[in-house]
Design a protein around this ligand. Structure first.
Ligand SMILES: *Cc1c(COP(=O)(O)O)cnc(C)c1O
Length: 358
């Protein structure tokens, strides 16, 4: 299979040295070395998440921690603020886990407003709420600082946040915002293969969790948390050590270029992509709500997107069709991980040739 350069919103391309770290020989998952590895990763992830709270790793994709957190931390009811397909996933998870849940939706391309959050929390019906930081189906990045400001009036309502497609790619000040559980996956801006998820979790969330019955087993957030202290950063089940070797290296590389620089490259690539898309098509989302990691483009020329992707594939590139209802009406260009300006310019050049744009 010839490799295609991936401009899809996960999985993204992994650096060869990071990929090679996946092949590190195994060690015992109850060894001192395993504890040291997992502690090192947690401390580095605390920098990425801008948090002093505990980091939990999970051998699953990000959805596992989304389900685990909504199940472990919701007692009374959860308000789900959705701006697209991944926001709605929280609602389905809540319902499937027997939680009382209300879904607050917006039209495609719109964001969650602080006013809507305020009105919902003021009812007193909820002890948990969920927000999607970066909705990968619509390319919306929510105004979380504004949401944080109204949420400060409701400190007892726990804030769960899906930052799966943005953590690492843009600054998210978890502690400053007051997010109780912020979740991400390995295969997006952290630029690792899929199969590992990570989250931050506050003590306040864990204390609530202790009062919640039937938290499940594998994704019981309280059990995961307690194990860190009981067994020196180890995990109840055998974790994906291969990902952890790779993550440790990836974090070293990110920290050595500097998080500011890593974030800025995403921002610059977003601007470049939006400029190109606005010239030839139309953007779905207006600033300041545009995602830093994925740009969603209105298919105003009504091109056949699967044909376009076939032609791009022959040239060694791949973009993403629209997601769910937005399939064929939009297409998506991801600019996550180590993707460079030159690589994006290469993609745009091929798209212009194939579509006869210029
Ligand atoms: C990819 C994605 C998910 C799902 O993550 P998995 O790691 O595939 O479980 C959830 N939310 C958002 C915003 C995503 O982009």
């Amino acid at each position: 299979m010839a490799h295609k350069k991936l401009f899809i919103p996960g999985p993204v391309d992994v650096r060869p040295d990071v990929l090679a770290a996946m092949a590190t020989p195994m060690m015992g998952h109850r060894s001192k070395d395993a504890s040291a590895l997992q502690r090192a990763i947690s401390e580095k992830l605390q920098q990425v998440f801008q948090t002093r709270e505990q980091i939990l790793l999970s051998t699953s994709s990000g959805s596992g921690l989304m389900e685990g957190s909504i199940r472990s931390f919701t007692q009374k009811g959860v308000a789900v603020f959705s701006v697209g397909a991944f926001g709605k996933r929280w609602y389905e998870m809540a319902v499937q886990n027997g939680k009382t849940a209300d879904l607050f939706e917006v039209p495609q391309g719109q964001h969650t407003t602080a006013a809507v959050v305020e009105a919902a929390l003021a009812t007193g019906k909820y002890d948990t709420f969920t927000v999607t930081h970066n909705e990968t189906s619509s390319g919306v990045m929510n105004p979380v600082a504004e949401i944080a400001a109204v949420r400060r009036r409701y400190p007892d309502v726990l804030w769960l946040m899906d930052a799966v497609s943005s953590m690492g790619g843009t600054p998210i000040a978890v502690d400053e915002l007051g997010v109780d559980c912020c979740i991400t996956s390995s295969q997006k801006a952290l630029a690792l293969p899929p199969g590992l998820a990570a989250c931050s979790v506050t003590k306040r969330a864990i204390e609530r969790g202790r009062t919640v019955k039937e938290r499940g087993f594998y994704f019981d957030m309280v059990q995961l948390y307690d194990f860190i202290f009981k067994k020196d950063y180890q995990y109840p089940s055998t974790p994906t050590l291969s990902h952890m070797f790779a993550l440790n290296l990836q974090l070293d590389l990110m920290l050595s270029v500097g998080l500011e620089a890593y974030w800025k490259r995403h921002e610059d690539n977003m601007k470049l992509t939006r400029e190109w898309a606005a010239k030839h098509f139309r953007l779905l989302v207006e600033e300041p709500y545009a995602s830093r990691t994925v740009t969603v483009v209105h298919n105003t020329r009504e091109i056949n997107i699967s044909d376009l992707n076939k032609a791009l594939g022959e040239r060694g590139y791949q973009i993403a069709n629209g997601y769910g209802d937005l399939k064929d009406k939009t297409f998506r260009i991801a600019h996550m991980g180590w993707r460079t300006r030159e690589e994006l310019e290469g993609l745009f050049g091929h798209m212009e040739e194939i579509l006869g744009l210029k």
